[in-house]
Ligand binder design. Structure first.
Ligand code: MN
Length: 744
C-alpha cells in the first residue's frame, strides 16, 4: 500500500485536470455541440471514478494513462469525439466495476461496441501464452480492424503510450512488449498510414530490445548534428531561392532518418554508422489548391532537377497512383554536393496530413478522392480472416507480410488497375481475380507474351490469365505465390487433399491392428501416435498412406488387457526434447551456461547469425536440433521472441570455456600486389588465428574478399578487424552477419 499525503493528492488532482484541459483544447475543432462537451466530461469523470484506487507501475495515478491515450487519439491520429470517449474508458470494463451496459446507457451502442472490441483484444499476446492463443488474439485484433477500424487505432494509441512509459517495468517484460510491438503494432501502423507513430514505435522497440545499440546511435546522431545541419542548409538555400522566384507557396525542411531506420540500414547493408549517418530526407510541403496539387508537385520536381541531377530509377510517383494506405507524394533522389545522394519528398499540405495521421485524415478527404484502395485492402483482410482453416501460425505470417508490403501496380486486359504485393507472380494475379481462376491457372500472357505461372510481375505489366479445366493445384505452387489470399486458399485446398490421403492411411492402420489382434480403440491410436512421435492423427495417417511410416514394430509393443503400452525403456526416448530441457532448467533456474551444461543439453550455433563468445545471445529450443544459440540482434530474433517466447532460454557464455567459433569477415579494397599475403600474415602470423578459407574476387581494380576464421570471442574478432583496417588500400572490413559462409 502506498500512502499519499493530502497535499500530494491535491497536486495530483491539479495535474490530472491540466491534462484534461489540454485534451479539450486539442479536440476543440471537433466539438460540435454542448452535448459533445458533456459527453466527454462524463467519460472523463467515469474514468476518474473507476480508476480512482489504481496506480501505474511508476506510482502515478492510473487515470494519466487513459487521458494520455485520448490525447494521442485526438492529437496524433486526429480522431473525433466518440474515439476520445472510448479512449478515456478503454480500460474501465476490464479493470473496474463499470460494465458495457453502463457505457451503453451513458453513451450509445456504438461507443459500447468499440469498448467491447478494445476489451476483447486487451491482453493480446500476453506473456506465457502459447502460439495458438496468440494467433487467435491476433485474428481477433484484425477482425476488429474490419469491424470498426477505430478499435485498432485506439489500440495503437494505447500501445504507443505504454511504450513511451515503460521505464519502471522489469527488463524482461520490456523486451517482450517491445518485440511484440515491432512484430505486430509497427506493421499495423505502417499499413494504416500512421508513419510518424510507426517510426516512434520502432525507435522505442529498439531502445528496449537493444539498449546499447540504441544509445550508441543516439549519441552519434548528436555528435554529427552540426555537420548535418550545415549540409542540409547548403542544399536547401539555392532551392528555396528558385522556388520563391517561381512563386510557389511552400515550406521546406530536412531531417535525419529515424534511429530504427539507420539501425536497419547498418544491419542490412553491413555498413558502419559513419556510412549512413548523413542519410536524411528533404521535405517540401506545398500550399496548393486541390485542383493544382498534381501540377504543382511536378513543377517543384522540375525546379529541383534543374538544380540537382536526379537518379532516374529512384523516382516514385504516388501522386498519380497513391499507395493502398492512402499515402501520396512524389519522391526523388538527387545528387547533392560532395557527391552525396539526397532524397527529396514533395507533397501538398493535404498529402502531408494523410502521411502523418494516416487513415483519419484519409477519411476526412475521402469525398474528394475517387480512390478506394484502402477499402479494397480491408476487403482482402476480411477474406483471409473468413478462412477458418488456415493454420494459425501461417495466418499470422501471411497477414504480417501483407502489412509490410511494398506494392506493384499491374493491369487487367481491360485496363483495370490491380495492386499486388511486390514479388507477386502470374499465379498470385490469377488468385487476386478469383480463387477459382487461380485453381485452374496454367499460365499467363504478360504484355502479350506467354509466361509460366511462376513469372514475377513488374510495375505496369498487363496480365491476361490462361486457364484449363484440367488444371489441379499442387504443393509446388506454394513456392512461388506470395499474396496472403493465394497462400491461404492454396493451403486450404491442399489440406483437404491431405485429409483424403490420410483416410487411406487410416484404413492401413486399422488393418494392421486387426492383423496383430490389437483392439481398435482411441487409447491404442493415441499410444501409437505418441510412440511414433507424431503430433496429430492426420499427420500420422498421412505418413502411413505416403509409405513414410511402416507399422512393423507395432506388434512388439506390449498389449495388456487390450491396451497398447509403450515399454519402459522406450518411454525415456519418448520424452520430448522440450520436456527434457524444462526438466534441466528446473534444476538450473532458467539459466543455461554455455559449456558447463553442454554434456547434458545438446546445443548448437544458429547459422543465420553465427554467434561468437561475447555476443549478446539467447537460446531457442528447436524441435530436432537441441538449443540453438542466436545473437540478440539476429534478424530472426524478433520473430522468435515474439512468436515463441516460451521456447526462449536465457543464455550466457561461460568465460572459462575455450571454444573456437567459425566466423567470417568481408573485406573490400584496392587490388594490389601482395595484398593477400599481407592479410594472411596478420591473421596467422601476428594474431595466430586459425583460418579456414579465403576467397577473393576482383572487379575493375577493386577486390572483395571473404575470410572464414576460427576465433574464441568477439574481442579477438574486433582485433582482427581493426588490424585489417590498418592495411593500406583496404577500404572496408566488416563481420559477415548472415549465413553466406564464404566459398564452401
Ligand atoms: Mn491501456
Amino acid at each position: 500500500m502506498i500512502t499519499i499525503s493530502s497535499a500530494d493528492k491535491e497536486l495530483e488532482k491539479k495535474t490530472i485536470l491540466k491534462e484534461y484541459r489540454l485534451l479539450l483544447r486539442t479536440l476543440k475543432p471537433k466539438l460540435k455541440s454542448t452535448s459533445d462537451k458533456m459527453d466527454i466530461r462524463r467519460a472523463f469523470e467515469m474514468a476518474v471514478e473507476g480508476h480512482k484506487d489504481m496506480r501505474r507501475k511508476s506510482g502515478e495515478p492510473y487515470i494519466h494513462h487513459p487521458i494520455a491515450v485520448a490525447q494521442i487519439v485526438a492529437g496524433e491520429i486526429g480522431l473525433g469525439v466518440t474515439s476520445v470517449i472510448c479512449a478515456l474508458l478503454h480500460d474501465t470494463v476490464e479493470d473496474t466495476d463499470l460494465t458495457l451496459e453502463d457505457i451503453e446507457l451513458n453513451f450509445d451502442k456504438n461507443t459500447a461496441k468499440i469498448i467491447d472490441g478494445l476489451t476483447k483484444i486487451s491482453g493480446s499476446f500476453e506473456l506465457n501464452m502459447n502460439t495458438t492463443q496468440q494467433a487467435e488474439n491476433f485474428r481477433k485484433l484484425l477482425l476488429t480492424l474490419t469491424d470498426d477500424i477505430r478499435v485498432i487505432l485506439i489500440k495503437i494509441a494505447d500501445r504507443l503510450h505504454n511504450m513511451r512509459t515503460m521505464d519502471s517495468m522489469a527488463s524482461q517484460k520490456q523486451k517482450k512488449i517491445a518485440s511484440e510491438t515491432l512484430y505486430i503494432y509497427a506493421p499495423l501502423a505502417h499499413r494504416l498510414g500512421l508513419y510518424a507513430i510507426k517510426s516512434e514505435l520502432e525507435d522505442l522497440s529498439l531502445k528496449y530490445t537493444q539498449p546499447e545499440v540504441f544509445q550508441d546511435i543516439v549519441q552519434k546522431l548528436n555528435e554529427t548534428k552540426k555537420e548535418r545541419t550545415k549540409y542540409i542548409n547548403e542544399f536547401i538555400a539555392p532551392l528555396k531561392e528558385l522556388l520563391e522566384e517561381k512563386k510557389f507557396n511552400f515550406e521546406i525542411s530536412g531531417r535525419p532518418k529515424s534511429i530504427y531506420s539507420i539501425y536497419n540500414k547498418m544491419k542490412t547493408k553491413q555498413v558502419s554508422f559513419e556510412e549512413v549517418y548523413d542519410l536524411f530526407a528533404i521535405r517540401i510541403i506545398l500550399n496548393a489548391p486541390l485542383e493544382r496539387e498534381k501540377s504543382d508537385c511536378w513543377g517543384v520536381y522540375s525546379v529541383i532537377t534543374d538544380l540537382y541531377h536526379p537518379q532516374p530509377d529512384r523516382l516514385r510517383d504516388w501522386v498519380s497512383t497513391p499507395k493502398t494506405n492512402g499515402y501520396e507524394a512524389l519522391h526523388t533522389t538527387v545528387m547533392g554536393h560532395q557527391g552525396k545522394w539526397v532524397e527529396v519528398q514533395i507533397r501538398s499540405k493535404r498529402m502531408h496530413e494523410i502521411a502523418e495521421m494516416g487513415l483519419a485524415a484519409h477519411w476526412k478527404y475521402k469525398e474528394n478522392s475517387q480512390d478506394n484502395a484502402l477499402d479494397e485492402w480491408l476487403e482482402r483482410i476480411r477474406e483471409t480472416l473468413s478462412n477458418p482453416d488456415t493454420s494459425t501460425m501461417d495466418f499470422i505470417t501471411n497477414v504480417r507480410q501483407e502489412l509490410f508490403n511494398e506494392e506493384i501496380y499491374v493491369f487487367t486486359p481491360k485496363g483495370e488497375l490491380k495492386r499486388l504485393k511486390a514479388g507477386a507472380t502470374a499465379l498470385d494475379f490469377a488468385f487476386e481475380i478469383h480463387s477459382a481462376i487461380g485453381m485452374k491457372c496454367i499460365g499467363a500472357k504478360i504484355n502479350h507474351k506467354l509466361v509460366p505461372l511462376s513469372h514475377k510481375l513488374h510495375n505496369g505489366d498487363q496480365v491476361e490469365i490462361l486457364t484449363s479445366s484440367k488444371q489441379q493445384p499442387n504443393e509446388d505452387w506454394l513456392k512461388f505465390v506470395v499474396t496472403s489470399k493465394a497462400i491461404s486458399v492454396l493451403k486450404k485446398t491442399l489440406q483437404e487433399e491431405k485429409k483424403i490421403t490420410a483416410e487411406i492411411g487410416k484404413e492401413i492402420f486399422e488393418k494392421k491392428l486387426k492383423q496383430f489382434e490389437i483392439p481398435n480403440t482411441d487409447h491404442n491410436l493415441q499410444t501409437a501416435i505418441k510412440y511414433y512421435k507424431y503430433v496429430s492423427a492426420l499427420d500420422f495417417f498421412f505418413n502411413i498412406a505416403a509409405k513414410k511410416l511402416t507399422l512393423s514394430d507395432l506388434k512388439d509393443l506390449a498389449v495388456q488387457g487390450g491396451k497398447l503400452m509403450i515399454p519402459a525403456n522406450k518411454s525415456e526416448q519418448g520424452e520430448s526434447f522440450e520436456d527434457r530441457i524444462k526438466r534441466e532448467l528446473k534444476k538450473n533456474a532458467e539459466l543455461l551456461i554455455m559449456g558447463e551444461s553442454s554434456d547434458m543439453i545438446k546445443y548448437g550455433f544458429a547459422n543465420c547469425c553465427n554467434p561468437v563468445a561475447g555476443d549478446d545471445v539467447f537460446g531457442f529450443i528447436t524441435v530436432n536440433e537441441g538449443i540453438k544459440i542466436h545473437r540478440t540482434n539476429c534478424p530472426n530474433a524478433v520473430q522468435l521472441m515474439s512468436k515463441y517466447d516460451y521456447r526462449i532460454v536465457k543464455t550466457r557464455w561461460n568465460k572459462q570455456h575455450e571454444i573456437a567459433f567459425l566466423t567470417g569477415v568481408k573485406i573490400t579494397g584496392l587490388d594490389d600486389v601482395g595484398v593477400i599475403n599481407k592479410m594472411t600474415n596478420i591473421i596467422t602470423g601476428q594474431l595466430k588465428i586459425n583460418m579456414r578459407s579465403l576467397s577473393f574476387d576482383t572487379d575493375d581494380g577493386i577486390f572483395e574478399g571473404k575470410i572464414m576464421v576460427y576465433v574464441h570471442n568477439t574481442q579477438q574478432l574486433d582485433m582482427l578487424i581493426d588490424e585489417l583496417k590498418k592495411l593500406s588500400g583496404v577500404l572496408s572490413v566488416s563481420r559477415i552477419e548472415d549465413n553466406e559462409k564464404g566459398d564452401r
